[in-house]
Every structure is written in C-alpha cells, then in structure tokens.
Design a binder for this molecule. Structure first.
Ligand code: PEP
Ligand code: MN
Length: 627
C-alpha cells in the first residue's frame, strides 16, 4: 500500500510511522516525489488501514490493487530515472545500447566498442555467458570474455552490459560490468533474480518469450524486493505462430508498461525480428511508441559472427539508425542520450564544492517558454532550477556573473533559420562556451481562458515568429494576430486581460502553468518545426569528456579563395562539417566571420591536426565549444 505523508511531517513522526509499519511486518521504502513524500509498504500482512491513517503525519493510505507493488505506477507516479556511469536512463532520455551478441575475442569487442561509440551508442553490450538453444553452439568466453569487455568499456568510456546466467556468477561478475542482463530464458529464474537484485546494481530484465506483461512485472518485483531500483525492462519479442520473424515484437507492451509501471522500458529489435533489415523499422517504431531506449546487436563483421550474425547490424547501419532516431526523438518529446553531454555529476560535485548552492539554468522568456522546455529535456527536473531572463543577453550575463551555472539559448529553427543574436552573443563573449545542444519540437497551441470556445476568439497574442508559423490556421478562423514579445508572456497576460475574445499561442506547458485551456493543439502550418538550443557555461566551469561535435568561429583574410582554402582543410582531414553560417563583423563593414560546426571523430588526431592548420590560415579563430 501507499502511505502518503503530510507535507510538513516532522522527522520524528516520520520515523515513528516507519517503525510502526516495520513492526507489523511490512517492508518499507521511502519515495520522495515532486508533489509528496510517501512510504511504499509491502508484505503479506493484513491490517485495517485506519490504524495507519490515525498516526500523526499520515495524510492517507491507498491500497495497491496490482499484484506487483513496488513496480507499479500506483506506488510511484514519476518515471524512475537512474544513472549508469555518465549515462542517464529513463524519463525524457533515449539510450542506445549496442554491441555484438557475444564477446568473441579481445580485438572483436574493442573494434565493436569503437564502432558503437562512433555511431553514437552510450553503452556496450556483449555476452560472455551465452544461453544457447543447442549445447553444441558457442557458449561464450566466460570470465575471459568479461575481461575483454571491461577493457573495451574502459577504452571507450562506455558502460558495459552483459548477461548473467547463474546465481553463482553474480558476485564475481560485479567487478567487470556496469549492468547485469537477465535473459528471456531466465526471466522467471527466481533464485537468479533474488541474487542479482541483492547487488543493488542496474539490471536489464528481458521479457520471457512466453511471459505475459504481468508475469514480467512480477519478475521485476523480485528484483525490487531484493534491493535494486535500477531496472530497465526490455521487450525482445514474444513467441507467436508467425515464423517469418524469430519472435513477434510486442510494441503495444511499451505504452502498457509505461502506464502500469514507473520503470523505464527499452526494446531489442534484434532478437525480436532475427533479421538485420527489420531492425531499423522496428527500432523507429519502438521509439515512436514511447520506448526509453534500444539495445541493438551490431558486429564489425556480422557475416563471420559466432552467434546471431544474421540479425547483427553492420557498424554503418547502426550509425544510420542512430541518426534517424535523433531526428525522431524530438517528435516524441525525447532527447537522444550522448556520452559527451555535460557530465552532470562532475558539474554537480564541482558546484557543491564551490558554492554549496543549488544548480540553476537561465533561459530567455517567461516560465512556460519553449526554452524552459529545452532545459527540462536536457536536465532532469529535480536537478536544476530554470531561471527566466528578459533577454538573451541577460542569459549570457547571468552565466558570466555566476548567478547560474548554465544558460540555454536557441540557435536555429528548422523553418525560420538561425537566431543571429545568439551567434553574435557567442562571438562577443569569449568567456562563455558551449557544452551541449538540445532539440525541441515546437508545437503551437491555441490557448484561451477556461470556459471560452473557439468561436469566441477574434484576436490572438504571441511572438511574431509563432504568429507567422500559425498564419494559415488564424486566417482560416478569421483570427487577428497581435504581436507580443514572447509566447509564454502572451499566455500569462491573457489572465490579466480576462477578455474572452482573446487567445494566445504558446506551449502546452504554458497553458498548464497559467491555468488556461487549450482550444486546439498543434496549429502550426508546418509540423516539421524544431528549434536547436545550445547549452552554455562559463569557460572555467566544466569540460566535456570525449566530445563528438565542435563549434568554431573564424575570420579569413579578404583575398580570393581564402574561405575555400580554410574549408578544404576540413575536407583534407576527412572531417564532416554540419553547419556554416556567416555574420558581418561589427565595425568592419563588408567583412564577415564564419561559424562552423564539425563532427569530431573517435580518433582525435585528424581533428587536432586540422585545427592547427586552420589556426595558421585563418586571421581569427576560436573554439566556441566541444561537446
Ligand atoms: C541476448 O541479448 O544476447 C539474448 C540472448 O537475448 P534474449 O535473452 O532476449 O534471447
Ligand atoms: Mn544474441
């Protein structure tokens, strides 16, 4: 059952409630949520709930009706989010775990790890103990495989996951791995679940090939009850009458699990389909259905793999898949997790050492602005406080003065192009650097006071860009656009007008925050509306380990071919340029500086050499950030 505690309960009353529950034979777990603090109390004890409700500091007692208790949303409303090394799992993040079915040799797993990392995966998989259907098939390298896996993980900075098949191996494996995997064949091996759960380490729990969703959640309950909360459920296909694919991927399990449980769910399209060419479409479908991540088999040489070659992707296929997922993730309100994204742990620790104060990220606009949404996507809600600022310059100033640790500013919109003011601010502030980026899908909503209907509205307020992006809808409904300096501000102001003939265009979050109603969702003419934000910090705040992208700024001399010579340096070093933007130099009419984004390869030598060569050639050169 869920024991909801009063907001102002004292520590001593809280411990009395806990002691009481424990004395009755319950196992008690405290869960601190956004709204309230609760005790989850489980056990096969029958008690009149009024006995507990009478205790001081208890607000109410809610029974959990499902057979799984600790795994249920009834117990915990917020998504479970946990870290595996630098990788955050759950909530708004999409993680891609990749690697071969089995560790075959030191060279093979190192090659796989580098390919996985280069493609954008954030964790490495590889089996050392393989539960094979035939006793004559390759059974894995055992402990030797674990050693190679650990070496490959260390080399690339990727946390590693591997399957555990016997309770007796659990303790030994702990030194080598970051995540235990419980395979489909062992989902109901309760001794294994109990032993793995007692380690308190992260676990991927695969769905058994004939397990119902409830049986699967009961298996998760074993892990939770034995001591770990870091569980990642994995849908890997179930057995049906259809022989075309190895299993049938049960995509509907994703929204079902997300409704029933707070635990994150990932999908394994490799074992689900058994066919390499079916992996990409099923992976995209899983993301569209709301999965928190994917685990994909990829092999440097799938044609000669010792197990599951036909379902293993070639490294370049994994790269394409991750690119496609990155494009899809903002559509479903998620962000692809990247290892080099701000090492938030490091930053948090540093900040606590330096100031002892809470972490803040500044954005331009009023609460409910799209920039605030970018902060919530990039960080986890309880990690930072979003601080509203009037202008983009104020965001930069807040970062420079140390009032906030981070700033998040828009840099480019997929329809309207670059936000030039922020390019200029980056160039003018050498003590600020970029440490990350985040893409947000912009969905405009027609918002009004509660009780108002569409036919009452004849005027809407919003930022000029939002009005332009919704022009077709406004015209069709004969609504007059009126400009306002920001979208969330327009929504906030509706309240003060109290005019039921006025509406505003803004985010769903703004409507919610200011107690408004959404008359129509998604009124933008073109739904392909995304904004890319950059995350900025003070130059000396944190550095990003293993960056994959660099933003640089340079000026070239005013002579024929000067820009082309600079750009050919990137081409000569096989570096991929993803953006080029030119801006006039203030005070020097008709001279320009260039902003360039480049992908940084795993092997940094080429990149470093290219930078040296560019520094020689360009008259002014600065790295805006490596992230
Ligand atoms: C695996 O991931 O290598 C594996 C054996 O998967 P499953 O347990 O889903 O069959
Ligand atoms: Mn496999």
């Amino acid at each position: 059952m869920v024991v909801v505690l009063e907001n102002n309960i004292s520590d001593s009353d809280k411990s009395k409630v806990r002691t009481f529950l424990e004395s009755k034979g319950f196992k008690v777990r405290e869960i601190v949520g956004e709204q309230d603090t609760i005790f989850g109390a489980v056990g096969s004890v029958s008690i009149d709930k009024r006995e507990i409700e009478l205790l001081k500091g208890v607000e109410k007692v809610v029974p959990i009706h499902k057979p799984y208790k600790l795994a249920s949303r009834e117990l915990k409303k917020e998504d479970t989010v946990f870290s595996v090394g630098p990788v955050k799992i759950g909530g708004n993040r999409l993680v891609v775990i990749a690697g071969p079915c089995a560790v075959e040799s030191r060279e093979q797993i190192i090659e796989s790890a580098i390919a996985a990392k280069e493609a954008g995966a954030v964790m490495l998989r590889g089996g050392a103990f393989k539960p094979r259907t035939s006793p004559y098939s390759f059974q894995g390298l055992g402990k030797e495989g674990l050693e190679y896996l650990r070496e490959a993980g260390k080399l690339t900075g990727l946390p590693v996951v591997t399957e555990v098949v016997a309770p007796g191996d659990v303790e030994m494996m702990k030194e080598y791995i970051d995540v235990y995997q419980i395979g489909a064949r062992n989902m109901q091996n309760f001794e294994l679940l109990k032993t793995v759960g007692s380690m308190g380490m992260p676990v991927i729990l695969k769905r058994g090939m004939s397990a119902t969703i409830e049986e699967w959640l009961m298996a998760a309950e074993y892990l939770l009850a034995s001591g770990t909360e870091k569980i990642l459920l994995c849908e890997r296909g179930i057995r049906t009458y259809e022989p075309y694919t190895r299993n049938t991927l049960d995509l509907s399990a994703i929204p079902i699990i997300r409704k029933l449980s707070h635990l994150p769910i990932i999908v394994d399209p490799s074992h689900a389909t058994g066919l390499r060419d079916k992996v990409l479409p099923m992976a995209l479908a899983a993301v569209a259905a709301g999965a928190n991540g994917l685990i994909i088999e990829m092999h440097p040489d799938p044609d000669n793999a010792m197990s599951d070659g036909p379902q293993s992707l070639y490294p370049e296929q994994l790269e394409k898949l991750i690119c496609d997922i990155e494009a899809l993730s903002p559509v479903v309100g998620k962000e692809l997790a990247r290892i080099p994204h701000i090492n938030e742990k490091e930053a948090i620790e540093k900040n606590l050492r330096d100031s002892g104060s809470s972490l803040k990220a500044a954005f331009q606009g009023k609460p409910g602005a799209y920039s605030e949404k970018a902060i919530m996507l990039h960080f986890h809600e309880d990690e930072v406080t979003a601080v509203p600022c009037e202008s983009f310059k104020d965001v930069f100033d807040a970062v420079l003065k140390g009032d906030v640790q981070w700033g998040v500013v828009p840099i480019e919109n997929s329809l309207a192009g670059s936000i030039l003011e922020n390019y200029d601010l980056l160039s003018l502030n050498p003590d600020v650097k970029i440490v990350g980026e985040v893409k947000v899908r912009i969905r405009h909503n027609l918002i009004a006071l509660k009780g108002v209907s569409l036919k009452d509205i004849n005027k809407v307020y919003s930022h000029p860009q939002a009005l332009a992006q919704c022009a077709d809808y406004l015209k069709k409904h004969n609504i007059e656009p009126v400009t306002y300096y920001d979208t969330a501000g327009a929504v906030a102001n509706l309240k003060s007008f109290e005019d039921k003939h006025c509406g505003a265009i803004g985010s769903a979050e703004a409507a919610d925050l200011y107690g408004m109603t959404i008359l129509k969702e998604g009124i933008e003419t073109n739904p392909n509306n995304y904004t890319r934000f950059v995350v900025i910090v003070r130059e000396d705040f944190i550095t990003v380990d293993n960056p994959v992208k660099a933003s640089v700024i340079l000026t070239v001399s005013d002579e024929p071919g000067a820009l082309s010579q600079c750009l050919s340096i990137f081409a000569d070093h096989k570096l991929n340029m993803t953006k080029l933007e030119s801006r006039p130099i203030h005070g020097k009419p008709w001279s320009y500086k260039f902003y360039i984004d480049i992908q940084i390869p795993f092997d940094k030598d080429q990149y470093k050499e290219a930078l040296e060569a560019i520094k020689e050639k360009a008259s002014d050169f600065r790295i805006l950030g490596e992230y």
